[in-house]
Design a protein. Structure first.
Length: 201
């Protein structure tokens, strides 16, 4: 795998960008060829869950202050913990080798972006749509389910959600669904009100 900067890569009718996109496409193609797409997706879900649960681990893999040897140790910790979280299910050899290459190339800090791009490729492969959802706070399962149903009604098919938190929104959501942008955030409403007040003045 090469690690230099690259233009956007188009695969499975999805465009992914830069370093993370190149790694995601490489992993997706390998998983597809080996009929391991669902297994790899499960591995990546577990890795992401572990990273979200540990701020220290996320700092370790992202900080330029830590060398590759320290990041490799972090990698070993990630993979062993993922196996525990998965009820002892072994991480696939492909996932282990792939994440090892990412670490060796000093790209472990991109792992969350790689996972997100892999999901986009997988969703496109399955004919699904992915919506990027930015919320002011963590959404619970009931809220996520309700949001999925509303978006399914809107587009006529299942929608996968990629969520992230942005506390500056104060409240509400910003949803990007293909070329559509749905902004119900309190921050935007307040900004619009401020603009309107200036125009009145």
């Amino acid at each position: 795998m090469t690690t230099g900067e690259a233009p956007d890569v188009v695969s499975e009718r999805v465009t992914v960008s830069g370093v993370a996109g190149r790694y995601a496409v490489a992993l997706f193609d390998l998983a597809k060829d080996g009929n391991l797409l669902d297994a790899i997706a499960g591995d990546l879900d577990a890795i992401e869950a572990l990273l979200r649960a540990s701020d220290d681990l996320r700092r370790l893999i992202k900080s330029p202050l830590f060398g590759r040897e320290q990041q490799s140790k972090a990698l070993d910790s990630i993979l062993s913990e993922v196996a525990k979280l998965s009820g002892g299910r072994a991480i696939s050899d492909l996932t282990r080798r792939f994440v090892g290459v990412v670490a060796e190339n000093g790209r472990l800090g991109f792992i969350e972006n790689i996972i997100a791009d892999f999901r986009r490729l997988l969703a496109a492969h399955k004919g699904e749509i992915t919506a990027e959802v930015v919320a002011a706070h963590e959404l619970n399962e009931t809220q996520l389910t309700a949001l999925k149903e509303k978006l399914k009604t809107l587009v006529g098919r299942d929608v996968n959600l990629e969520t992230r938190i942005d506390e500056s929104l104060i409240g509400g959501l910003v949803i990007k669904l293909g070329s559509r942008m749905i902004d119900s955030s309190l921050k935007t409403k307040l900004n619009n009100l401020q603009v309107a007040m200036k125009e009145v003045g």
